[in-house]
Design a protein around this ligand. Structure first.
Ligand code: F6R
Length: 369
């Protein structure tokens, strides 16, 4: 079942090119336009949406963070992302023009299910993005967009996360197509880039030995920090969560811009800091700002582990270690940038002799509130 891998988590990390490819499969027609037949929400409703609220927990919520950047950019619809258990116990402002997107691998997470009920009671339409066929959340939602990651066994989510992000991109591109906020050829270009992602993920996996070697050497570190901006921020949060979950190491993810507002006080001689560097080919100041952040922590003694694009030489002088990922448009880059962090956590947990697939105190699906 583990296909020769040491753990289900390792197997599932290696399943990721297929998880993304399968989630994209069959969702375009002969002209290259997106067809999401399963969205049984009427097109007129989808056209009139004036707000999207993503509700989810844990890793699934981080996929929602990525969705916010992409959907707002492509569709010009405001997107809020909220932990389902927080949403559930407040008085959210929902109307018939609000689309609530509930993201869940298992489809059984009680916190998310309760939030779905809460949203529907107040008249919002709920679209579920779920991996498990026939589970409860899709049954209680207005429509479902399935991720096709296949069954995920390891408690720590990996391939489901990449499939969730992929499904969010499809939703965003579909809404942009429907609402005409992007030209058809632009949409086709982004879709084309997205279709190149499975091979790029495979390329990162092919280079995993270097990541594993560093993880083994760092197995006794007591704490790690993770920094990112824009879509690199949810990647940082996810990298930290993986390390906490399976390696039981204190790890915190920050928006890199927050550093000087507090967290930089944590940085001391030898503190390992992962930094997710955005593409230097992006149009804005993003890359430049992140390079400054790397310099800032390095100047205070941090050991910097930088995830950077191939060909990005600007990070090299400030990075103790660089993990390379293929060149990818910024909005799509989480699909490659998170992979070295998953491998790192898995290898580090293994080096500590821990059960990678069954971390203490955690269950695969959290069916109690
Ligand atoms: C992290 C992890 C959890 C789940 C969360 C939501 O590796 O597995 O944070 O992502 O419990 O679970 P689902 O997606 O099943 O609703």
């Amino acid at each position: 079942v583990k296909d020769g891998f040491d753990s289900f988590m390792d197997k599932e990390i290696h399943d990721q090119p297929k998880a993304v490819a399968d989630t994209l499969l069959g969702r375009t027609d002969a002209t290259g336009a997106l067809v999401l037949d399963e969205l049984r929400i009427p097109e007129s409703t989808l056209r009139s949406i004036d707000k999207i609220i993503v509700i989810a927990c844990g890793t699934a919520a981080y996929s929602g963070h990525v969705a916010k950047y992409a959907i707002e950019h492509w569709c010009r619809i405001p997107v809020e992302v909220e932990l389902a258990h927080e949403f559930r116990y407040r008085d959210p402002i929902l109307t018939a023009r609000t689309l609530v997107v509930a993201i869940s691998q298992s489809g059984e997470t009680m916190d998310t299910l309760m939030a779905v009920r809460h949203a529907r009671e107040q008249g919002a339409s709920v679209l579920a993005i779920v991996n498990t066929n026939g589970s409860t959340i899709p049954r209680e939602s207005d429509a479902v967009l399935y991720t096709h990651a296949g069954p995920e066994v390891a408690v720590a989510s990996t391939k489901a996360f990449l499939a969730q992000i992929t499904a969010c991109y499809l939703l965003g591109l579909y809404l942009a197509q429907l609402r005409g906020t992007k030209f058809a050829d632009e949409l086709r270009e982004i879709l084309h880039e997205l279709q190149a992602l499975p091979d790029k993920i495979q390329h990162v996996l092919d280079g995993e030995a270097a990541v594993r070697e560093v993880a083994q050497a760092m197995k006794d570190e007591p704490s790690f920090l993770f920094l990112g901006r824009h879509v690199g921020y949810p990647v940082a949060l996810e990298g930290a969560l993986k390390l906490k979950e399976i390696a039981y190491i204190h790890a915190e993810g920050f928006a890199a811009g927050e550093l000087k507002h507090g967290p930089i006080a944590l940085v001391d001689e030898g503190q390992p800091v992962f930094v997710i560097a955005p593409s230097p080919r992006g149009r804005d100041q993003l890359h430049h700002k992140v390079v400054s952040n790397i310099q800032e922590v390095r100047a205070r003694g941090a050991r910097t582990l930088v995830i950077a694009e191939e060909g990005d030489e600007a990070v090299a002088p400030y990075a103790d270690i660089v993990f390379r990922v293929p060149q990818t448009p910024t909005l799509l880059s989480p699909l490659v940038a998170v992979v070295p962090l998953q491998i790192f956590a898995s290898e580090l947990a293994k080096a500590k002799g821990l059960d990678v697939d069954q971390p203490r105190n955690l269950a695969k699906s959290v069916t109690v509130e």
